[in-house]
Design a protein around this ligand. Sequence first.
Ligand code: ADE
Length: 417
Amino acid sequence: MPSDISLPSLAKAGRARIEWAGRFMPVLAQIRRRFLKERPFKGLRIGACLHVTTETAQLMRTLRAGGAQAVLCASNPLSTQDDVAAALAAEGFLVYARRGENRSTYYRHILSVLKLKPHITMDDGADLVSTIHKSFKPLAQGVIGSTEETTTGVIRLKAMARSGALLFPVVAVNDSKTKFLFDNRYGTGQSTLDGILRATNLLLAGMTVVVCGYGWCGRGVAMRAKGMGSHVIISEVDPIRALEAVMDGFQVMPLSKAAARGDLFITVTGDIRVISREIFRRMKDGALVANSGHFNVEIDLQALKKLSRAIREIKPQVNEYTLRSGKRVLVLSEGRLVNLSCAEGHPAAVMDMSFANQALSAEWLVQTKGKLTPRVYQLSEAIDREIARLKLKSLGVANDRLTPEQKRYLASWETGT
Ligand code: ADE
């Protein structure tokens, strides 16, 4: 299957942007240099279903440096950067991704990757793994294991493992501290606002921003919106997280109450129909809604369509729905990941750690081949810490070390008051 991309002529522009991202990915570069010597993936095929961005291109090059035949399809129809797809295809990678592809092309592209019978799959949202388990079970026999990038995917995979459906081991990359504490918080925090601002050019100062969900992504979004001068309201179902939000200085209230107050609503819950018919009905005229959760299920667009008498595009990625009451609601990028559809996703400096985790997870799956059971694993604390150490070093930051006496003290229990 040859690559299926939109604009091969953009390869040169894509290559320049990939190099730019590379400047901020020193940890992955160090892993790439080692892989080039050690070739951990020699003779293996790695199928990746990730957002096709400059940072992902750096990961693909790293997997190839390790000896893999790495093939790529998009993990979201709207996130593909066509110039990057073109550059990777020009470098000889098989790439199946076109920005704006429809649902059937999206799944055709997933099948194109699976037809190559990957030994390792890399997912951002578990679509490769779930397609294998739903429609191509025999393929599972040849799969050493898989890696999963995002919270939503990990939740799905843990459900599969619990019900006994999972057929091979998976590493939850998302669960490494050097992933979720940075990518989810600072990456989603910044890139979500970046996407909203690029699409709308809003002034965040003085706006009331309602953030739905106070997980690591929600925290990042709330923190950055506050930093831009917005009044931030949090809606959250978990009492511990809600309490944290209170003590972080945010107003916390049920979404049904926040609905009438918000100027801008951002969903980052990972769950369905968070912004429902009832919430739309309570919103102010001109309220904006955007989603930064993995799937486009958080904003109930079907319900909004039913409530509306007219829909028009104000500008790219900004649709205005006029309700029968005359009230207008604006929806960004059809409720798909706003940070990747309206901006470029997380900055390279944070993807450096996420993709270092991806590369090392794939290597670990090869090293432990045949010894793992079909369940969801986490990368070891030692690898996680090593990624943090390398990142700190690249930033020119030194941290302290325990003295031998301090180590002994921490390992003992005798010393008291
Ligand atoms: N997920 C969020 N941001 C991303 C990026 N820049 N590249 C790949 N996946 C991402």
